[in-house]
Design a protein around this ligand. Structure first.
Ligand code: UGA
Length: 432
């Protein structure tokens, strides 16, 4: 890949910051990644990648000579023309985004004579850029440019999403700053959407809201399918061929989780509410998702009569495959509900940990999780769950009951393997 070797500082060595830094290095830039956690920086310097993100370790290793890690602000910014901010913006109790980490970065910027551009990757409420602009001006940094450059990378495919994106969005107060940030992406073949700062901020929130709406929509279609005898997998296929609808993000399941959707839905809801607008569709999307995460409990009760003293095996803890992230993971909600109902919960995941799930026993293998269980719930569609000998596994269970929370397995095959099988929105084949 090409690039004319600009100097970039990235603030925040989380998923977004590390991927941004590694990919800019891959494009030929020299990148300083700065984080406030010394252990994280020390690990990165030793060549250890503190998160699980496919392809990231290769990229960091391959571009090691262009990457530099530090906890020191001055060192990170020294000689840099760009500061990319990729710090966390978690929800507060009110549902608003907590921007304190963003403000800390802005306040920590050293006084400088030269013009640099601050580019915000973190997801923030619309209006944040204007506030940052004022704060920079108030600090005597009117000559420091500001650009909104939201990220659209998904965990598990983040490297590819950065280097082969559907689009790059750049919102700038000053056209020249937008041009400079656009030029950093040279080597990437994608449309660049140039916008004002507020619109760029809204594009990010609206994109995530649209994706979440699709998921809650298909989950509700699934629930109606269950009540009426239709099969949501067929329905999704049938509607997905319509080019106006499209095929992606129509997989019904146990609801969405992760570090982005739940947080961003609340932030957008709150942003609207703060300006006096009740965002009805988004409120429904959030509520449907909360109910969806709990629906599996009803299915288990129907299949087992009671959950008290039943051993339930959860297969998958991560909020989706390809990541060790368990933030807002449906598995955690399920585990909490199952424990509250008096069940014993055993969990397996190839990379994610049950840390924080008091009362859940995490085991090393699917065999171990399933053996002696009264029911299995497939919560995360890890590819390794597809090719298993379910007949043999079922024979080791106390009762061969499986709820497929991701519609991953073939209902007829599972039934043929001796299971009482239920899934999401597949009434036509649930055998009841
Ligand atoms: C999401 C977006 O996809 C990214 O574009 C965005 O940049 C990112 O949030 C962010 O704001 O940072 P991510 O949370 O990593 O990325 O994961 P997704 O692949 O979007 O999945 C989110 C959740 O939706 C998962 O729990 C997944 O299981 C669920 N999902 C997804 C469904 O239930 N059905 C689907 O059809 C698709």
């Amino acid at each position: 890949m090409s690039g004319d070797g600009k100097r970039i500082a990235v603030f925040g060595a989380g998923y977004v910051g590390l991927v941004t830094g590694a990919c800019f290095a891959e494009l030929g830039h020299r990148v300083a990644i700065r984080d406030i956690v010394p252990d994280r920086i020390a690990a990165l310097r030793r060549g250890e990648v503190p998160i699980y993100e496919p392809g990231l370790d290769d990229l960091l290793e391959r571009n090691a000579e262009r990457l530099f890690y530090t906890t020191d602000v001055e060192e990170a910014i020294d000689g840099a023309g760009f500061v990319f901010v990729a710090v966390g913006t978690p929800p507060t109790y009110s549902g608003d985004a907590d921007l304190s980490a963003v403000w800390t970065v802005i306040d920590e910027l050293p006084e400088m004579e030269r013009r640099i551009v601050v580019a915000l990757k973190s997801t923030v409420p619309v209006g944040t850029g204007t506030k940052v602009r004022h704060r920079l001006d108030a600090r005597g940094l009117a000559h420091v440019g500001y650009v909104s450059n939201p990220e659209f990378t998904a965990e598990g495919t983040a490297v590819r999403d950065f280097l082969e994106p559907d689009r790059i969005v750049i919102g700038a107060f000053d056209e020249a700053d937008g041009d400079a940030v656009a030029a950093l992406h040279s080597g990437i073949d994608a449309p660049i959407v140039r916008a004002d700062v507020a619109s760029a901020e809204m594009i990010k929130l609206a994109a995530n809201a649209a994706l979440m709406t699709r998921i809650s929509f298909i989950n509700e279609i699934a629930n109606v399918c269950e009540a009426t005898g239709a099969d949501v997998v067929k329905v999704a296929e049938g509607i997905g061929y319509d080019r106006r609808i499209g095929k992606s993000f129509l997989r019904a399941g146990v609801g969405f989780g992760g570090s982005c959707f739940p947080k961003d839905s609340l932030a957008l809801k709150q942003l609207a509410a703060n300006s006096g607008y009740h965002f009805q569709v988004l409120n429904a999307v959030i509520e449907v998702n909360e109910l969806q995460k709990r629906r599996v409990i009803g299915k288990l009760v129907e299949l087992l009569d009671t959950l008290r003293d039943k051993r339930i095996a959860l297969l998958g803890l991560a909020f989706k495959p390809g990541t060790d992230d368990t933030r807002e993971a449906p598995a955690f909600v399920l585990a909490g509900r199952l424990l509250a109902e008096g069940a014993e919960v055993v969990a397996w995941d190839p990379v994610a940990s049950a840390d924080g799930l008091t009362g859940v026993r995490q085991v090393e293998s699917v065999d171990e999780a399933v053996r002696g269980a009264d029911a299995v719930v497939l919560v995360t569609e890890w590819p390794e769950l597809g090719g298993l000998d379910w007949r043999a596994l079922g024979a080791t269970m106390r009762t061969a009951v499986l709820v497929d929370g991701r519609n991953m397995l073939d209902p007829d095959e599972m039934r043929g393997a001796g299971f009482r099988y239920d899934a999401i929105g597949r009434a036509a084949s649930n055998g009841r």
